[in-house]
Design a protein around this ligand. Sequence first.
Ligand code: HEM
Length: 246
Amino acid sequence: MMLTGSVIAIAALIMLWSSVPTPGSPLAQLCGALGALLLLAPLAFVIMKRSGLTNSPPAWFIGHVLATSLGTCLIFIHVAAGDWFSPPGIVLLLLVFLILQGSLLRAIFSRGFSLLFARNSASTGFSAPGTLDKAALQTVIDAKTQLLGTLDPAAEEALFSPALKHWLRHPWKSFRYLALAEREARMIGARASAGIELGWSRRIHMLAALGFYLGLVSHIVVVLFFAGYAADGGSIDWWHITDWGG
Ligand code: HEM
């Protein structure tokens, strides 16, 4: 939260900077490029965490938060003199939303990163409601166990949730497994109140992140290759590769 506060303060200071360069000027474009590179850190973090390639997720988490903060400050130098009511302005809006929503999630549910992003009902901590249909639950668990046998035979049903490698190798099976796990969680009430909201917040966060990265790639392609289009009849004063669309 303190970090988010500092980023907001720095962003505000940049906005007050009277002679701030235009987004296409060498300094501002460099800030945009460096900032965008730093903003790839969260993506790397998710891949490292999901693929199980790293032994120390907390170090990656701290790295991703620091890189995002610094990257955002650089992006604010890039956009300070730009038009925010424009197509790249949507990318900026998504970035601001991601930071605010992400920090809010952390602040409200500051019971640890693993809990916030937990998918396993085993780690969510639940109390079974009185009307539990044990036979139906057993059917779901059996289906999960059977599916897991083909998805990852070495894994344990109670602890398993599909990682990146499962999604890449068996996307359909991973999806079905997740659907079964959600059904199981609903039956035992694991996602009661806060749990359900947490699930949705996480989905919205990931959807916004997807939109942000797609928008960022489009913006980079437009200014580098369709520079004529981006300049809208004016002169192209930034480094670009082709000036298509002029
Ligand atoms: C999170 C990343 C980024 C965001 C949120 C962002 C956002 C923006 C915004 C709001 C503008 C102003 C648009 C306007 O005034 O019409 C802009 C312009 C520009 N951006 Fe970015 N940008 C990002 C990354 C980049 C990167 C990586 C590059 C370098 C390839 C870049 C190159 C440019 C250029 C050359 C312009 C000037 C184009 C124009 O005047 O229409 N941006 N950007």
